[in-house]
Design a protein around this ligand. Structure first.
Ligand code: NAD
Length: 502
């Protein structure tokens, strides 16, 4: 039996129960149907129905928010070491079920097995990392003044809402939920409607690990009803959101009446700048990896290649040859490098740029075509001869599509790199240290890598500037979002107090 057939057989085993019962919402440790019935989850691999999913609405969000509120005091007050143990057991549970998570994720999202098996394990790492921070999460500072001993402490903000997208749903959910739980918050999670499977697995694993009922609740549904209701609910104190910039803007408005704290991780149109003095072999590998891995459905993808004109012709030719060689196929085949795009709607969006590029006068050096009609497959695509004013250079396509733009001078490269609404990541390839320092200082992005692809290190801040978001995750930055600062001043003597009305 090939690994692919074996994986498909294992997947069927895992899906059998969902096919029978559908995916129910999980509130206060109980399975609950959606108040608006169900909707179908569709696999992008063959357009088949994966299973029915509870269709939650504002009424379901209300019940879940109340459950999160009721569970909050006990979770907040649980001794840190006990909370830490539970979170470590969640990490162990994820590791034990990593294969099941990865198989389900591939089938639900179309992402290739080679990446999703790692993404499942990264979910466990997220839990371990934040479990280790639990015992210091409440720590503060001692700020002595002449008359007062000032101390600060942190306390969890309360029940929070977590709203996640479909691109790597399991990893991103753990990335938000693990620090929230570690801080002592309770959570209502609204997963993306296009990829509900692994959010269900996570809550099961968490409860098996001993997470008390109501600490993590999952309500499935659509953004415009369940998602919106979560952002508007008075008992939900903050919203951690990952998704499109346009949605981030709506969420900010929706949360205004309840003065919601929002953390937004949004889209990107990230530049990778390759200077002619760079290690071009390594640059080529990184350029390819950062746009064609994870189906190009990746917020940090380098979707704009800024290439110095002295090396452009050769670099683009080698790039096109490699892109034409990328293996598109069944996501459960370990050889596959690119699987199908998430949905019919997204497929239509990505493929629309094939014509847009043509109309705008760019050349299609690789790809630009779809593959069969069984699922939502496209060939990885490379556009050359582009300018930064073209739509393919300005809009987030969120697929395996790279736009190559030439530049002559460093100043020109910087101008093009920054001439975008977004500012999530930037990648700079040069062996000139002074240039790297100068360039990164001026590059408008929340995260920059020099002579490297995106290598995530959990203690570092993750987030974007401009339309790519507000706020940072990672290390202590996550706790800054999920916790409130409190200052207490103790008089150290009998300092003079101004006397009025004497
Ligand atoms: P999306 O904004 O369409 O949806 C994300 C989530 O928001 C879904 O759960 C959806 O149901 C919900 N939603 C939609 N409308 C809502 C509303 N009015 N109120 C509340 N919730 C609402 O995004 P997507 O298409 O699922 O994901 C792709 C996007 O996510 C891309 O733009 C990508 O760059 C971005 N992304 C960013 C990061 C990051 O860390 N910066 C990471 C991954 C993905």
């Amino acid at each position: 039996m090939s690994i692919l057939t074996d994986n498909i057989a294992k997947l069927e085993g895992h899906l059998a129960r969902f096919r029978q019962t559908g995916i129910l919402n999980r509130v206060a440790g109980q399975d609950v149907p959606g108040s608006a019935g169900t909707f179908d989850s569709i696999s992008p691999v063959d357009k088949s129905v994966v299973c029915a999913v509870a269709h939650g609405t504002a009424a379901d969000i209300d019940v879940a928010a109340r459950a999160a509120k009721a569970a909050f005091p006990a979770w907040r007050d649980m001794p840190a070491l006990e909370r830490k143990k539970i979170l470590i057991r969640v990490a162990e549970g994820i590791e034990a079920r990593a294969e099941e998570i990865a198989l389900c994720e591939c089938w639900d999202t179309g992402q290739a097995w080679r990446f999703m098996s790692k993404a499942a394990l990264r979910g466990a790492e997220n839990f371990r990392f934040f479990a280790d921070q639990v015992t210091s999460a409440r720590d503060g500072k001692h700020l002595q003044s002449p008359t007062l001993m000032n101390i600060t402490t942190r306390s969890p903000i309360g029940p929070v809402g977590v709203i996640t997208p479909w691109n790597t749903p399991f990893m991103l959910s753990t990335w938000k939920i693990a620090p929230a739980l570690a801080a002592g918050c309770t959570v209502v999670h609204k997963p993306a409607e296009a990829s509900p499977l692994t959010a269900r697995l996570l809550v099961e694993i968490a409860e098996e690990a001993g997470l008390p009922p109501g600490v993590l609740n999952v309500v499935n549904g659509f953004g415009e009803d369940a998602g919106k209701a979560l952002t508007e609910h008075k008992d939900i104190k903050a919203i951690a959101f990952v998704g499109e910039s346009r949605t981030g803007s709506m969420i900010t408005k929706q949360g205004a009446d309840t003065l919601k704290r929002v953390h937004l991780e949004l889209g990107g149109k990230n530049p990778v700048i390759v200077f002619d003095d760079a290690d071009l072999e390594r640059a080529l590998d990184a350029v390819i990896f950062m746009i064609y891995s994870i189906n190009g459905e990746r917020c940090t993808s380098s979707s704009r290649l800024l290439i110095q004109d002295t090396i452009r012709e050769d670099f683009e030719a080698r790039l096109a040859a490699r892109v034409n060689n990328i293996k598109v196929g069944h996501p459960l085949d370990p050889e596959t490098e690119i699987g199908p795009l998430i949905s019919e709607e997204h497929f239509a969006k990505v493929t629309s740029y094939f014509d847009i590029a043509d109309q705008d006068g760019a050349q299609t050096a690789a790809g630009g075509v779809t593959l069969g009609d069984e699922g939502y497959f496209v060939r990885p695509t490379l556009f050359t001869g582009a300018t930064n004013q073209m739509r393919i250079a300005r809009e987030e396509i969120f697929g395996p599509v790279l736009t190559s733009i030439p530049f002559t001078t460093e100043a020109q490269a910087l101008e093009i790199a920054n001439d975008t609404d977004y500012g999530l990541t930037g990648y700079v390839w040069t062996n000139d240290l002074t240039r790297a320092l100068r360039f990164t200082d001026k590059l408008e992005a929340g995260m920059i890598w020099v002579n490297s692809e995106n290598v995530r290190h959990l203690p570092t801040p993750f987030g974007g500037v401009k339309a790519s978001g507000i706020g940072r995750d990672g290390g202590d930055w996550s706790f800054e979002f999920y916790m409130e600062q409190k200052h207490v001043g103790f008089a150290t003597g009998q300092h003079k107090i101004s006397r009025l009305g004497v």
